[in-house]
Ligand binder design. Structure first.
Ligand SMILES: N[C@@H](CCC(=O)N[C@@H](CS)C(=O)NCC(=O)O)C(=O)O
Length: 210
């Protein structure tokens, strides 16, 4: 198998942190998505969504989507279990993964893409369009993130990690969701001290030094 990666891409980093937490190594090839490598062949055909990361298996199957790649690797290498062991653990972890992705990551992704000058002309990941950057999407994305963080704060005040007492893949997605508050200059420490404390704790893990 081979993982197609870009060192600076948050979604690719999600997979690399997962690999490091698992103690796994896989062959990696860098695609520079800022230089449009993903639109050249054979990569364009391998992942027509034109994003990293994607994993090509030895039989040619391509798995894109960072969390799908992680689930596949977890099936091959169950320990340490990062997606849970019991039906209950798996469901709770999946719930938090979906909450972070849908209610935090996606709104913030659109806020960042519509704000940071580097993303002009590329507001939708894996596309090059003349769609303009919309300030309204920045405002709304940050507003949605504030609502989400307001819901997460009391939970994090009572829990060591996102899905409970143990570190899981939900902390990986959680970290990359909350990290987007940095370029958007959102004040985490004052309004969400429990989230900020959890974020600092997770940031210090060796696997997160990507
Ligand atoms: N939902 C996908 C998102 C992948 C994605 O958005 N990747 C970005 C980097 S973080 C990318 O490759 N963008 C290329 C581009 O915008 O052209 C996943 O979780 O893997």
């Amino acid at each position: 198998m081979k993982l197609y990666d870009f060192e600076l891409a948050a979604n690719a980093q999600r997979v690399r942190v997962f690999l490091a937490e698992k103690g796994l190594e896989v062959p990696i090839e860098q695609l520079n998505v800022r230089d449009d490598d993903q639109f050249a062949e054979p990569f364009s055909s391998m992942n027509p969504f034109h994003c990293v990361p994607f994993l090509q298996l030895d039989d040619g199957t391509v798995i894109a989507e960072s969390m799908s790649i992680c689930r596949y690797l977890e099936e091959l290498h169950p320990e340490p279990a990062l997606f849970g062991r019991t039906a209950e653990e798996r469901a709770v972890i999946d719930m938090w993964l979906r909450r972070f992705e849908l209610d935090g990551f996606i709104p913030m992704l659109h806020a960042v893409r519509n704000h940071v000058p580097m993303f002009a002309g590329r507001v939708v990941p894996g596309t090059r369009t003349d769609l303009p950057q919309l300030p309204e999407m920045v405002t709304r994305g940050k507003e949605m993130m504030e609502i989400f963080l307001g819901r997460v704060e009391p939970h994090m005040a009572q829990n060591e990690f996102v899905a409970g007492p143990e570190f899981t893949v939900a902390d990986i997605t959680g970290f990359f969701t909350v990290r987007m508050t940095v370029p958007m200059e959102m004040d985490l420490a004052t309004s969400y001290p429990a989230v900020a404390a959890w974020f600092a704790k997770v940031s210090a893990r060796p696997a997160f030094q990507v």
